[in-house]
Design a protein. Sequence first.
Length: 353
Amino acid sequence: MDMPLHINPVKTSNIDAVDFDNLAFGSTFTDHMFVCDYRNGAWETPQIVPYAPMDMSPAASVLHYGQAVFEGMKAFKDDNNGVWLFRPEQNAKRINHSAKRLAIPTFPEAHFLEGMKKLISMDSQWVKQGLGNSLYVRPFVFASGAGVQASAATEYRFMIICAPVSSYYGGEVRVKIADHYSRAPQGGTGYAKAAGNYGGQFYPTQLANAEGFQQIIWTDAATHEYIEEAGTMNLFFRIGDTLLTAPTSDSILDGVTRKSILDLAKHLGIKTEVRPIRVDELLAAKKSGELLEIFGSGTAVVVQPIIGFGYKDEKFETPLPENSLALRLKEHLMDIQYNKTEDPFGWRFKVCD
């Protein structure tokens, strides 16, 4: 790194106290964290320090005005103990894209990548082998400066924390298509990974949970006529012989897994279309038998088949077909992530051996 890095390693690792066979997603964290503060118009010397609680002023701007953005990615360990990231340069670009929308200073991409690489290397024993096992990596930045004036803060903190994980979802997933609540309006912050985008989803998702659905398919805020994305996933629909997904916009997140699936599908000769998808089109395809599969994509889930959906007072089942594209694409993608096959796209990023 051009910027100096201060490292304060733990004296004793906590890894022996962790039950890796019974991990709750994102609730157990590794020994170290990456921290860098922004003060007086510049980023200071970054540090890797022991994972621990931190002091914060009750007047910290993030607590009052929500200036916070984050990313999510995974590190994978192959059969030879090599540790890999998957397209982290995309996350480095996207967190700065998100930061700009919330008036947060951008963080140098080279420092993002090198700091994360060093952090994961130090905690590489927390990355376990085996399909489904990984290290979830959470970079984030928030307004740390104290003050309750309604304006952009002048001090910020950039951090990276890591959590060993296994599969995100267990069991069957059904979703409800939104016809009242909205995730993000046009011109808003929907394309950014802003913390508030997710907080605003929790209440309508709780209502959907009470009806037996695990997530919501969000529709456009203006008319609720067009499919956008699910709570933590971009969406794909297999209608006939075509794989469809909605185009990204200022209300839809440009998912790294989403764009990877599109590239992989084209590489495998699968017909794809990126275009607006109306709810009415989806319902008509289901009733005519042309809707063969629905699945979500995202860092946490990779690919998640959706076996049913609801709209207004109707419920529909979409069981996995024998020749599931979702499972085929998931297998190909994970084989690249875990270094089990060739990577024709150059997506793997070596962390350490």
